[in-house]
Design a protein around this ligand. Sequence first.
Ligand code: 5AD
Ligand code: SF4
Length: 469
Amino acid sequence: MERSKVTVSEKEIARQREYAAKMRGIIGMQGLAAHIRTYGCQQNEADSERLAGMAEEMGYRITEHAEDADLILVNTCAVREHAELKALSITGQFKHLKAKRPHLLIGICGCMVTQEHRKEDIKHKYPYVDFLFGTGMLYKFPEILYNAYHSGTRSFYIDDTEGNIAEGIPVRRESSFKAWVSIMYGCNNFCTYCVVPYVRGRERSRAKEDILAEIKELADAGYREITLLGQNVNSYGKDLGTGYEFPDLLEDICKIQGEFLVRFMTSHPKDATKRLIDVIADNPKMAKQFHLPLQSGNNRVLEIMNRHYTREHYLELVDYMKERIPEIAITTDIIVGFPTETEEEFEDTLDMLRRVQYDNIYSFIYSKRAGTPAAKMEGQIPADVQGARFSRLLEVQNAISHARNEVYEGKIVRVLVEGRSKTDDTKLTGRTERNRLVHFEGDDSLIGQFADILVTGAQTHSMTGELKK
Ligand code: 5AD
Ligand code: SF4
């Protein structure tokens, strides 16, 4: 894709900021509040931080309570049916708020509504939704809202380009010590089950200067953890044609001054290289963690998923990781019950869990996505068979996760303290470099800092410990 066609011009961004200023002029004094509800992946969370940044620029205060809001925005996900149903159900509930507060504006954005059939659903079945915009229109939020505010008519925008990059959008970060930084958008891989390439467009990389400047700013502001985002970070830079690739970017990021850890997601096994693993091994700022989605442990299934690697290739990468970085924590995504998957083929996936010894897995029951090739495949697996395989998968992995945590008992681990524990607020929760949670007693002043913890107990999904310093 030609750069000029993908990059939103500075003039257009300035035009949007003028709309934001106009909105601020109109609503600035009224003390209005905006509520943003986010579903789905980290990319969506990062997008919501930009939507919140724009809403603030327009004069809205951000509220966590939908009942107090004068503007509600639902940022949706489409990757599985369950995510879509949740977003539709919450949108349905907001109808009652509109009955109580007629001036309330309701908008929907994100991956779900970037699909034509969902756009039509919203148009016809959700008459109280005022506006809708697809993932490629995010930067136009001020203009869209301005029009919704003034016209009183409903509007529905889906971009028909292959995607864009917009720099210079204000951002309101949720955390003052952990930050998402998108390095690229979209995906070219067309795995046969996946809707992402259809709703997020083709791969396009941000310019390295923009990424490095953003991270420098974060490091200067005292951020302790930077997570780089992209559907396939290993493709970073390929569309720029400069020969500057993902490992080069990581090396440059690690040269930035500051005490911070760098994580990234997601990496595709077909494009992960030994050089990438070397960069992680050789740079103390790189978290010793690698998320490498396997999806299936069987070569025939991988082939019909259009994944372009074999289990043997995957294991080679894992062996090299363990050789270069013995303490590495490997995590993965698994789909169970893909069309035509047999019992033996599913067992190949279990076998891979035992061989790799993942610290953690994110497992999903295959969900049929409209418009993807797998949705039309013969041999869809019945829900009860999928469910039974899913339970077996969790059983095998839970034992491995538990054993992987037990290794740390009696050892001191460094954590970034994230906040009060969600299940027991007498404790703090920290995340180790290897992305494991540790609960321990301590003072709120530690939140946002690194701390050393002696691990005293191991559970399946977390550990308990004592603060050392
Ligand atoms: N059904 C189930 N899981 C899916 N994923 C993507 N598409 C589907 C689908 N149709 C999973 C993959 C991917 C993760 C983000 O979501 O495992 O890596
Ligand atoms: Fe979806 Fe495959 Fe692209 Fe990941 S690499 S976003 S699973 S199409």
